[in-house]
Write a protein that binds this ligand. Sequence first.
Ligand code: ADP
Length: 346
Amino acid sequence: MARERILSGDSAPGGGDDDDRNLRPQRIADMVGQRDVIARLRIAIDAAMKRGEPLGHILFDGPPGLGKTTFATCIPQEMGARVEFASGAGLKAPKDLVPYLTNAEENSVLFIDEIHRLPTPVEEYLYTAMEDFRIDIVIGDGINARTHNLWLKPFTLIGATTRAGMLTGPLRDRFQIREHLGFYTVEELTEIVLRNASKLRLDLQADAAEEVARRSRSTPRIANNRLLWVRDYADSKANGQVTLQVAMDALKMQAIDKLGLDQQDRSYLETIIRVFGGGPVGIEAIAHTMNAATDTLTDEVEPFLLRSELLVRTPRGRVATAKAYQHLKLDPPEDGSDGGQTPLFN
Ligand code: ADP
């Protein structure tokens, strides 16, 4: 079981490389955007600290890269509390959860990422831990087995999920605070890019920062990745200086276009348009043609295309919109229709 125990603020959760760790905000004040969420959390943190009680359990949901883990890093920091990081997929049986719960100190935080992936027995084991700070442990085997009640120190569970709909009602209802993280504006991402450029001591011009932000799919993690690439490109080709032109050249080399689409996004749209006449077409047919996994397309490719209005989902299948034809500079079908779903051109 992958397990990491850290003192809040000592380091960020594992998995990422050093750059990613260094760029992650450590305090709520360093976080950009999500103002309403932050305002509500500050009140809850303040009240819990005044009462000397643990913060209520918190559930964050939203697409990957929007700040769920960052909140789980910053909240304990605000409270001067310890935090342990676990992952839903890594907790295969209740016994995997026990050390996390028994090690939890008073008012500390346990963060479970991708909490919708917890197997049912582990999820059910969490119920009494969350509600009463109590677990049952079995000592001994066979007829000698005895169940003992073990009292836990009051702690806060922070759960994160990219699939809120997959959470069962009983688990969802045990979180007192539930927050949905939305996408970031270009202005917010520009601010993140500028702040991170200065953390990296990178000479990045404001218009270059905005261009990186604009091509980052409204997502801080993607903005950071684009920024790190732009830095490598500038170090190698432009004496470390990032002008607008250098940023555009760097992103072009990665085939990231003006809307932030990458090669896979474009080939998805091109498949619908060239092979299936613009749609409507089922996802399996697209996946087979592209030789790609259906899950990859539905989880990683489609959400951004739908949000960008390049794609629509209809009961009869996926349809490329007029904007997709325009963006790819492809001619619309002869009859000017895309299967009768969306007007191509007005
Ligand atoms: P999630 O857990 O939702 O997948 P993360 O919290 O790991 O996303 O965020 C990915 C990266 O994006 C972080 O390492 C951090 O650098 C950056 N980031 C996320 N949210 C913010 C924010 N509100 N302000 C500044 N940077 C952020």
